[in-house]
Design a protein around this ligand. Structure first.
Ligand code: FES
Length: 241
């Protein structure tokens, strides 16, 4: 039977299974708790345990013994052993998510059409990118140049970042991506960026229009809305050649 996790500040609650972390359960139920590495190292997910029992499965460097004694907890590692009440910060604005520069490795290159490829990018084991559905990243290229690409994956599905790249004749990154880029190549990016994202607390219907690879952020938004069980009507008009 799942345990009940209650956020003290607004008394909202969500269920957590006895084998999932409080962070996993929070994200699954639409609560945007902050996080970074999701493996106990960075401390970004730190909050307070006010009532109830938890245990940790892994060694953690992101919290000190003293902090644990003071009631702090790392929600990315904390597994509930009872109903709990916690103090946690929720992210509801873009500016509350740290913009970071991170390395990533190309794990898969897939040809989607004659002029569009999909890249899957994997972050180092100790890192995860927190973002809102629909945001984008800047790939950092040589000589200080950058190219922006929307994240086509949804935040709940952040094992790899998914980018859709359209070929442009002479395009600085697209020529490279289509003709030279290989799996296992290391890239660097900065993000998340942008204010186009899913307003999770809105009840208004969604009408979205996109052309070509403009499909990418919409894909992330729709997948995330469905994952959250959003019941709003969604209309999506997509133009492609
Ligand atoms: S997200 Fe890094 S310690 Fe929890």
């Amino acid at each position: 039977m799942p345990f009940k996790i209650t956020i003290d500040s607004n008394k909202e609650s969500f269920p957590a299974d006895s084998d999932e972390t409080i962070l996993e359960a929070a994200l699954k139920h639409g609560h945007s708790f902050p996080y970074g590495c999701r493996n106990g190292a960075c401390g970004s997910c730190k909050g307070k345990l006010i009532e109830g029992r938890i245990h940790y499965q892994n060694e953690m460097t992101g919290i000190s013994e003293q902090e644990i004694k003071e009631g702090y907890a790392l929600f990315c590692q904390a597994i509930p052993d009872s109903d709990v009440i916690i103090e946690a910060q929720e992210i509801d604005r873009v500016g509350e998510i740290a913009i970071r520069k991170l390395p990533c490795r190309v794990t898969e290159i897939e040809q989607l059409s004659h002029d569009v490829i999909r890249l899957y990018l994997k972050l180092p084991k100790s890192e995860r990118l927190q973002f809102l559905a629909g945001q984008y990243i800047d790939l950092l290229l040589r000589e200080g140049k950058k190219r922006s690409f929307s994240l086509a994956n949804a935040p709940h599905n952040d094992d790899c970042l998914e980018l859709h790249i359209r070929h442009y004749d002479g395009g600085l990154f697209s020529e490279y991506a289509f003709h030279e880029l290989k799996e296992s190549t290391l890239l660097r990016f900065e993000g998340p960026l942008g204010t186009f994202f899913l307003r999770e607390d809105s009840e208004r219907p969604m009408i979205m229009v996109a052309g070509g690879t403009g499909f990418a952020p919409i894909k992330g938004v729709i997948e995330h809305a469905l994952h959250l069980g959003d019941k709003r009507p969604i209309h999506f008009y997509w133009g492609a050649r």
